[in-house]
Unconditional design. Structure first.
Length: 328
């Protein structure tokens, strides 16, 4: 079997491991290391470059280039050495690395924690729990807004946390997966339009937009396709996606959020507070009914259904090509 064949199989294995194990608390996660690297570069580069808007931008640009390259480079060196040692050693490590790039089980677990906490311990506890998932201010959220925020997070991260890394790994292996995770982690840490990161985080945010452009749209199409299988409204999901897919400051976030809103017949998004400042964001979807706790489970099902569909289709296409390449 070829290197690409082992790589594709390791992506499948990694996804299956994530479905079963998620992210065990006892296992050190590479994203934590990437986060520390980002913090280290931010601290160092801000000292090197002038304390001006221009200086902050170029400091952030250097970081946006270096962090993904280092993350991918370390992964490449480890896997290259193992491939030279044994293809099966490569497969084992590649499967573990691919597993660590997926976040489906973790996302589902954390989303269900919000619902469980909200129902068992009340609104204040639910607000605190959802604050671990979202970047907005949660202190004054209503019960409905807590549920909406959870649904939005699962819908958006169906692409960011599952399908986007899957696509990068199917094409470039775990090296591509960690290259993507570095970009996505930078955006989550510094990609804010506040006083501290408006210029420093701009390059990271734009790079994340570019990396997620195609995955977000493929995720939306896959979610529309699986909606009827899950007894959700695929026709309405397509209608709302077509109408509302651009109703977000990000070129990608509303792609999957609009599908979820349409499939569930609920209204998402709307005004939200960030760092004490209320942003008048447009709504996505129609308020055909009030959102309910089960909508979180339904959105998780959309995430898994879309991920499995794309993984199955792409594996069915790419695996024979990899085998054919080895035979030629």
């Amino acid at each position: 079997m070829t290197l690409w064949t082992f790589t594709i199989l390791s992506v499948v294995a990694g996804f299956l491991i994530d479905c079963v194990l998620g992210d065990p608390a006892w296992l050190p996660h590479p994203v934590v290391g990437i986060g520390k690297l980002i913090s280290l570069f931010e601290k160092g580069l801000r000292k090197v470059f002038q304390n001006t808007d221009r200086g902050a931008f170029f400091a952030g640009l250097f970081m946006a280039i270096l962090v993904p390259l280092i993350s991918a480079g370390v992964t490449f060196l480890i896997l290259f050495g193992l491939w030279k040692l044994s293809p099966w050693a490569y497969f084992a490590m590649s499967s573990i690395m691919c597993w660590q790039c997926f976040a489906a089980r973790c996302l589902k677990t954390e989303a269900k924690k919000v619902v469980k906490t909200l129902e068992a311990d009340g609104l204040e506890a639910g607000r605190k729990q959802v604050s671990m998932l979202v970047g907005r201010d949660t202190e004054s959220l209503s019960r409905e807004q807590v549920l909406k925020a959870t649904v939005e997070t699962v819908a958006e991260n169906a692409s960011d946390g599952v399908i986007a890394p899957m696509l990068f790994m199917l094409l470039f292996g775990a090296v591509g997966g960690f290259f993507y995770k570095a970009i996505n982690t930078m955006d989550s840490m510094v990609g804010y339009k506040n006083e501290r990161y408006l210029y420093f985080g701009r390059a990271a945010a734009k790079l994340d937009d570019a990396a997620n452009f195609l995955p977000a749209r493929l995720s939306a199409f896959a979610m529309i396709a699986v909606a009827p299988i899950l007894k959700l409204d695929g026709t309405h999901a397509f209608r709302i996606w077509k109408r509302d897919r651009r109703k977000h400051a990000s070129p990608n976030s509303a792609q999957t959020e609009s599908v979820a809103a349409g499939a569930l017949h609920v209204e998402l998004a709307g005004p939200a507070s960030y760092f004490g400042k209320v942003l008048d964001k447009p709504t996505i979807g129609d308020p055909d009914r009030a959102i309910e706790p089960d909508d979180v489970n339904r959105t998780c099902a959309l995430m898994y259904g879309a991920s499995i569909l794309l993984l199955a289709v792409l594996t069915a296409i790419l695996l024979p090509l990899s085998l054919l390449g080895g035979a030629l």
